[in-house]
Design a protein around this ligand. Sequence first.
Ligand SMILES: C[S@@+](CC[C@H](N)C(=O)[O-])C[C@H]1O[C@@H](n2cnc3c(N)ncnc32)[C@H](O)[C@@H]1O
Length: 245
Amino acid sequence: MSSSGILSIDLLGEQIASVLADPATTHGLARSLRAAAKEIELHRYHHASRRAWPHRHIDGKPTKVQIGGGSHRIDGFFNIDLVPPADLLWDVREGIPFRDDSTAEIFSEHFLEHIDYPRSAKRYVREAHRVLAPGGKIVTGVPDAAFALNQYPGPLGTSDETIERWYAKRDCRDDINTRLDLVNLVFRDQDDDPTYTPHLWAYDHEKLVQLFSEAGFTTVEPWAFDPTMSNPKRCWGSVYVVATK
Ligand SMILES: C[S@@+](CC[C@H](N)C(=O)[O-])C[C@H]1O[C@@H](n2cnc3c(N)ncnc32)[C@H](O)[C@@H]1O
């Protein structure tokens, strides 16, 4: 990125902040600008890391890597995320900054549904295939759309339990309390709430198998939930697969 590019992005960030601070800014414009402001922040983090590794590869070869772990760090794993406290702040929509065949294991949960499909999701899975050594494995967990959709024809109580388990800590229960609200949450999350990043695509077992098979993985199998690695709160209503190169 040229220095003039960084300058104009800084300027754009300042202009957006000032429009957002203006009470006359309409709700619709504010929603779009908040999303742009967030992408500007991520762009800054990403390019700061990229400047440290201008050849697009980090120096080391981490054996185990977690992508999109957020604050859930796993012992012995090198953590890549858009935002702190990761070991590397990096936007994997731009690729994975490792050499070919250089890592043994990749783990991610509740991350894939936050990147756009097909462009970024397919690129990410192809990149995972490139950086894994032969025989290497990638474990992927996502909210199980089939689980939520299966509850739609059933009694409200079951959906209600899911909403409670998934979203109890959020201040959304007054607005999200029907079976269709649960389906909406799986497909969009609370995209009107600036503190949550929306879901951009929904997945089930079949879709995950297709995605990883298309990218060249030899086997794609269900993965048994392992609480020593996973965030325990993902145990319920998620679908996981392990794909082997
Ligand atoms: C819903 S959180 C899940 C965190 C953790 N895996 C868990 O299950 O609790 C999604 C995480 O993915 C990260 N993420 C989203 N898009 C990303 C991208 N393009 N590159 C790297 N990380 C990304 C977010 O910053 C966030 O930490």
